[in-house]
Design a protein around this ligand. Sequence first.
Ligand code: PEP
Length: 253
Amino acid sequence: MRKNIVAGNWKMNTTFQEAEELIADILDSLEEQAPNCEVVVCPPSVYLELASDYAGDYDNLLSIGAQNVSEYEKGAYTGEIAASMLASMNMDYCIVGHSERRKYFGETNQQLALKVERLLEHAIRPIFCCGEQLEEREAGNHFKVVENQIREALFHFSSDEFSNLVIAYEPVWAIGTGKTATAAQAQEMHAFIRSLIAEKYGNQTAEDTTILYGGSCNAANAKELFANKDVDGGLIGGASLKANDFVTIARSF
Ligand code: PEP
C-alpha cells in the first residue's frame, strides 16, 4: 500500500538551539493531533542525534532522515558521512540527489546510483529527487529530463530494492522561488513517473511507490497539490522551518 509522506528538508539552516526548539514544537503539535501521513524531518547531519532522541521521547511520532550520504562505504573521505553511520543512528530516510547537490556539488546520476545503493545496503529509505530546470520545461524537454534522471540512477535496481524508494519530483524552477507548479503540472509529471515505474517494474510496484512533490509547497497550497491522485505528499524546504506551517502541511490530506 502506498504511504503518504510529508518530509521537511531543513537544508543548511538552524543553530543547535533553534533546531531543538523546532523539533520540540513539531513534536508537541503532532502529539496534540496526529496527521494522516508519515512525517519526516531531515535536519543538518550534526543535529540528527538530537532529532532522533526527541522523536524517541515522543513515541517516534516523527521519522528522521539525513540530507545526504557518501557514495563510498568508509575510509579516507574527510567530511563525508557513510550510510553505515546513518544506520547506526537508526535513520529512517535520506534525501539523495537534491537539485542543490546536483548544481553546487556536481552530483551525477551515476554517483546518485551509488548513494542509493549504499543506503539500500543499510535499510535506509532513499528519497530520490528529480526535476527539470525552467529552460528544459520551456523547451518541452521536462519529461525526457526526469525520465533520464530516474532511468540512469535507479532502473538497474531489482523491484524488491526499488520498492524501498521514495521519489520526490522537484521542478528546479519551483524550489525556494515561491513559484509552485500548478496542481495540474504536478499531477501530470507524477502520473508520468508512475507510468515509467509501471513499465519497468509492473503496475503493483508503481501503485505502491510514494511520489512526493517539492517546490514552494506551503500551508496554503498543500491541500490542492495533495488532492491529486498521484501526489502522495511533499518534500518541503522553506516551510518546514516553521513548526505551525509544517504541521499544517502534514495535516493537508
Ligand atoms: C526543497 O528544497 O526540497 C524544497 C522543496 O524547497 P522549498 O519548499 O523551499 O521550495
